[in-house]
Design a protein around this ligand. Structure first.
Ligand code: ATR
Length: 278
């Protein structure tokens, strides 16, 4: 039995029920009239390897990888993009026709593409950026900001040692700043990014005063539930331009869809509405 030419892809994680990726890819499959499917697959840690192997055998074109498998996924790849290697995690696997598994990380791409779409005049080059948080999302965003030519990244994390580890990994353009010194260090920055879960529904807000944040700075958040986080609301009150985090999720899906289904899909307002259930 064979699925023949029906293109198949999936997202693998645990838990997986709340993943929005099936909605994103499902929307594009319909929009571009591609007779394919994109499905969520929940796997326990013990079954990740067998799961990937099974999908390759079943003829899947590739998968998105989400928590907790983003680091594990790198170990399964035969080919690793520079981006995935630098971040140390993969969110996109492509099962190539030559039988090799290629790992990529498109989170940093999604981060930049989202800002570019909403604030086309933004440039990382003009001033230092401040990144709050030092987890997996922070790694992708730091890598993207460095790639965009940020002259300096001020890295703030509750647990300073984790920020120091990232500074060592990414090199001289990273300056670790104490959580308590973050407000004063905002003077002169051009970009402020929250990469922690603070501000998410059910979580406390990110309580860092913005009194020193320049009005010309762009502020963005990886949290997108709610779309307008307390941080973005405060930043807007100061007159700063803000970009919500939903677009990062949408844009990071673009390279995977293109490599599996052959069309580079567009991120538009109809997709945002679809994902928001409007
Ligand atoms: P992800 O991969 O999604 O970035 P993570 O690796 O668990 O997730 O990282 C979560 C980030 O949010 C970390 O920077 C974490 O700070 P610590 O390194 O000090 O744990 C940050 N974070 C989570 N909850 C926080 C809180 N209540 N206050 C401050 N920072 C918090």
């Amino acid at each position: 039995m064979t699925t023949g030419s029906i293109p198949l892809a999936a997202v693998i994680g645990s838990p997986i029920a709340h993943s929005l990726s099936p909605r994103v890819h499902g929307y594009w499959l319909r929009k571009y009239q591609i007779p394919g499917y994109y499905i969520p697959i929940g796997l326990s840690r013990d079954h990740f390897a067998k799961g990937i192997d099974a999908l390759v055998r079943l003829g899947f074109r590739g998968v998105n990888i989400t928590l907790p498998f983003k680091e594990t996924a790198l170990a399964f790849a035969d080919v690793i993009t520079d981006e995935a290697a630098l971040i140390g995690a993969a969110n996109t696997l492509t099962f190539r026709k030559d039988g090799r598994i290629q790992a990529d990380n498109t989170d940093g791409y999604g981060f930049v593409a989202n800002i570019r779409q909403k604030a086309p005049e933004w440039s990382a080059r003009v001033a230092p950026a401040m990144v709050i948080g030092a987890g997996g999302a922070s790694r992708a965003i730091i890598s993207a900001l460095l790639g965009e030519g940020a002259p300096e990244i001020l890295l703030v994390n509750r647990t300073r040692s984790r920020a120091e580890m990232l500074a060592e990994h990414f090199g001289a353009r990273i300056t670790v700043v104490d959580w308590t010194h973050a407000p004063a260090a905002m003077a002169g920055i051009g970009t402020l990014v929250n990469t922690t879960s603070l501000g998410m529904e059910g979580e406390p807000p990110l309580n860092i005063p913005l009194d020193h944040l320049p009005r010309g700075a762009l502020v963005t958040d990886i949290v997108y539930t709610p779309l307008q986080t307390p941080l973005l609301i405060e930043a807007e009150k100061r007159g700063c331009q803000t970009v919500d985090g939903l677009g990062m999720l949408l844009h990071q899906a673009v390279p995977g869809f293109e490599s599996w289904f052959g069309i580079r899909p567009e991120v538009d307002d109809a997709l945002r509405d679809e994902v928001l259930g409007k």
